[in-house]
Design a protein around this ligand. Structure first.
Ligand SMILES: *[C@@H]1O[C@H](CO)[C@@H](O)[C@H](O)[C@H]1NC(C)=O
Ligand SMILES: *[C@@H]1O[C@H](CO)[C@@H](O)[C@H](O)[C@H]1NC(C)=O
Ligand SMILES: *[C@@H]1O[C@H](CO)[C@@H](O)[C@H](O)[C@H]1NC(C)=O
Ligand SMILES: *[C@@H]1O[C@H](CO)[C@@H](O)[C@H](O)[C@H]1NC(C)=O
Ligand SMILES: *[C@@H]1O[C@H](CO)[C@@H](O)[C@H](O)[C@H]1NC(C)=O
Ligand SMILES: *[C@@H]1O[C@H](CO)[C@@H](O)[C@H](O)[C@H]1NC(C)=O
Ligand SMILES: [Cu+2]
Length: 682
């Protein structure tokens, strides 16, 4: 084994000075898309507390976020050289509260310290659940006699029980009067492990009304032993030898510091410029991404706004204890709310710079998530482009450029699962979106310890003694408001059409050609990806390259995965935005969340599928591309007790956007001299 003792850490000292504090106080320093600052969150709270809502008992803040300015107002302001504070779009907050069993939608203007609109939401579904109410609900079983009896009946120790809140979905109930904000509280057993999901108290279901904080229903239907704790812990400290062989020690060294600048929330790196936001519901948001064109000597628009609009996770077990597990992680639990502080040097490499995030707690007061986003330059030993030319007699030409990309990362841990969300920018103009799934499986306790014993449908894989990991999907629906060189764009499906050769003159019998189909209406752009080869492009039909090609960006999808649930299944009615992997809608500021604004117990009457059904015109319009990345997850034993990261992604890649290779003139960064090292071999 070779290891290297390096004296490089002095050069890494710049890191600590780069930990940016992004909480500016005066709003005049804020970019109109900056997330609400802690003082603005407090201001929102004061405004609402001073209004008629102030006297309401049990007022809870379910969502507080930036109401982003009108797109065209903002773009006009941003492009106006004389942009001054007077014409600056005002800072507004969109607030959803609950009180008296009602959902209130309140629009607050921070610059005038006033409420602009305030109405009761009368439709179906409920807002995001707060951490606090989930916490309170999780405590209820511990003082509930039937639950305590169930625990002692099983010979278990109540102080080793922990409970978690699950959304209940919607299964066709139509009586509005009867509708209540219910959750199911399920409990697990620790006693020798921290992997609570591996030790479910199967069969016990506690139903809680979040508005009254009361247990409304209780079931203890089946008694299966709690799976054993042994082998479930994933902490390093709990592992016993022998240990696996190690990879070499690694770090990344940037002697001159990172190659990017962050001013407020605006990141500038290489040819890119974009804004990084944070929202309690969707997590990280990339806005007004533009790329510098060396030929044109100007920044050119690529994307106005991109974020995960919804994350739908239906489980495939129709039994009483499991059927309702069909989660909308963004709309019910909040990808930003569940975002976790990133740990320097493990969650993000040593050269990363961190940003904090803020959200409003249930009482409206700001809560900080430190290091919620990290930004770093990634060099993974990859090649940006290369060529070796050996055909020229007497000389060998060799040109290589290393690929260095910029990554914006967030990790959201929604209960058992961890989602690693990377927006990766390439100097070539590509934006690669990477999604990594890791964490713990949702497990079901069963009596079986070998597949031979299983004669019934168990809806999952037996991954450990008495433990089934239930089959499920993850669908991440991205909202991608691309503006390719200005807002008005078209969506083009360029089919690769197999064609027969008719002329006798060619020895060939077939070839393929490209047939362009411009989507005129929304229905033309509802696409189920499969084997049919096609290039999917967002183009600017009003602009062409010098050669006459339409300027565009191409969607390179990931592995095509579509929901397998039937259209009339309630989870699929609510999750109908996964019926197609690609949708294109005309821009509409209120169509932000693919599962609808009120995803908890939604009826599927306000989803992307419903909006798109209007079949609006989308040709040469400001359009939004929605892309769903999916995973069908058939768990396997390697996913236990903790799952090695499973990756997927997709790419937005320039296609006739530039006149030629935009990284032709990108030079390799100067070599980093390997620091003074002593190499030891043992
Ligand atoms: C207008 O203001 C924005 C935000 O402060 C800034 O990023 C932009 O550069 C300004 N535009 C000009 C042309 O100064
Ligand atoms: C129950 O668990 C608590 C805390 O882990 C422990 O102190 C106590 O001794 C346990 N009781 C029994 C009966 O095992
Ligand atoms: C909660 O439940 C208890 C017992 O069922 C009942 O007495 C009480 O009135 C309920 N409280 C509310 C706020 O519904
Ligand atoms: C509502 O507020 C009252 C008084 O502050 C408190 O006693 C009660 O527990 C609250 N109810 C809920 C459901 O939080
Ligand atoms: C970052 O800022 C420095 C100093 O203002 C400037 O020299 C450099 O060009 C900037 N880098 C980028 C990528 O904008
Ligand atoms: C924008 O979307 C909302 C929600 O789908 C809809 O009610 C509204 O009519 C739309 N506006 C336009 C101009 O289409
Ligand atoms: Cu999974």
């Amino acid at each position: 084994m070779t290891y290297t003792l390096c004296f490089i850490f002095k050069t890494l000292c710049f890191c600590s000075s780069l930990l940016l504090s992004l909480s500016l106080t005066s709003s005049s320093h804020l970019h109109p898309l900056d997330p609400l600052t802690p003082s603005e969150i407090s201001q929102v709270r004061s405004i609402i507390k001073e209004s008629k809502h102030g006297s309401t008992q049990n007022l809870t803040f379910q969502y507080v976020g930036l109401d982003d300015p009108e797109k065209y107002t903002l773009l006009k302001w941003l492009s106006n050289p004389a942009n001054n504070s007077k014409s600056r779009p005002s800072r507004r907050a969109f607030v959803v509260t609950r009180s008296n069993k009602q959902t209130h939608e309140i629009m607050v203007d921070l610059s005038t310290n006033s409420i602009i609109s305030d109405q009761v939401y009368k439709g179906n579904g409920y807002p995001l659940m707060t951490f606090e109410e989930q916490g309170t609900a999780n405590e209820l079983p511990f003082t509930y006699t039937p639950f305590k009896e169930s625990i002692s009946k099983r010979g278990l120790n109540l102080s080793e029980v922990v409970c978690e809140t699950y959304s209940v979905g919607w299964f066709g109930e139509m009586n509005m009067k009867k509708q209540r904000r219910l959750v199911k509280v399920l409990c697990n057993y620790l006693d020798g492990t921290v992997n609570l999901y591996a030790r479910p108290l199967e069969g016990i279901t506690v139903v809680v009304d979040l508005d009254t904080m009361n247990i409304t229903d209780y079931e203890d239907r089946i008694t299966v032993p709690v799976p054993k704790a042994e082998g479930t812990d994933y902490r390093s400290s709990q592992q016993k030898p022998p240990f696996g062989p190690n990879a070499g020690r690694t770090t990344i060294v940037q002697p001159d510091g990172p190659g990017f600048n962050i001013t407020g929330h605006t990141v500038r790196w290489a040819d890119w410029k974009f804004h990084v936001g944070f929202d309690v519901r969707v997590g990280s948001i990339i806005s007004i991404a533009s790329i510098y064109d060396l030929d044109k000597q100007e920044f050119r628009d690529v994307m106005y706004r991109g974020y995960i609009s919804e994350l739908f996770v239906p489980y495939m077990d129709p039994t009483e204890e499991w059927y309702y597990k069909t989660f909308f992680d963004a709309g019910e639990f909040g990808l930003g709310l569940c975002a976790v502080p990133l740990e320097p040097k493990t969650d993000c490499p040593a050269n990363a710079v961190f940003m904090d995030g803020y959200y409003a707690g249930q009482d409206g007061k700001p809560i900080k998530i430190s290091n919620v986003i990290c930004v770093f330059e990634r060099y993974a030993g990859d090649i940006m482009w290369r060529h070796t030319e050996t055909a020229i007699p007497g000389e060998t030409i060799r040109e290589v450029r290393p690929e260095i990309n910029l990554v914006v990362r967030m990790v959201s841990t929604v209960g058992n699962y961890d989602y690693i969300i990377d927006w990766e920018f390439k100097q070539s103009g590509s934006i690669k979106i990477g999604v990594g799934l890791t964490g713990l499986l949702e497990m079901k306790a069963v009596k079986y310890s070998h597949t031979d014993q299983i004669k019934e449908d168990v809806y999952g894989t037996l991954i450990a003694d008495n433990t089934i990991a239930v089959y499920h999907d993850h669908f991440l629906t991205f909202h991608l408001d691309l503006d390719i060189d200005e807002e008005d764009n078209s969506f083009v499906k360029s089919k690769l059409q197999p064609t027969k050769v008719m002329e006798e003159s060619s020895p060939r019998k077939s070839y393929w050609k490209v047939v362009r189909e411009v989507a005129k209406h929304e229905s033309d752009a509802q696409i189920k990806l499969g084997l049919e080869p096609a290039e999917l492009l967002v183009v600017n039909p009003n602009k062409m390259t010098k050669m006459g090609n339409h300027i565009g960006y191409r969607l390179i999808p990931g592995f095509p995965v579509a929901s397998l649930l039937s259209d009339d299944d309630y989870p699929q009615i609510r999750g109908a935005f996964t019926n197609y992997q690609v949708w294109v809608t005309p821009y509409n500021k209120s169509e932000k969340w693919a599962g609808g604004p009120y995803a908890d117990q939604s009826h599927g009457d306000d989803t992307l599928a419903i909006w798109s059904h209007r079949n609006r015109e989308i040709e040469n319009k400001d359009i939004v591309l929605w892309y769903t990345l999916g995973f069908h997850h058939v768990p396997c034993q390697e996913d236990f007790p903790v799952m090695p990261t499973l990756n997927q992604g997709f790419e937005l890649r320039p296609s006739n956007f530039f006149e030629n290779n935009p990284v032709l003139k990108t030079r390799s960064p100067k070599n980093v001299e390997w620091p003074t090292c002593t190499n030891k071999t043992s």
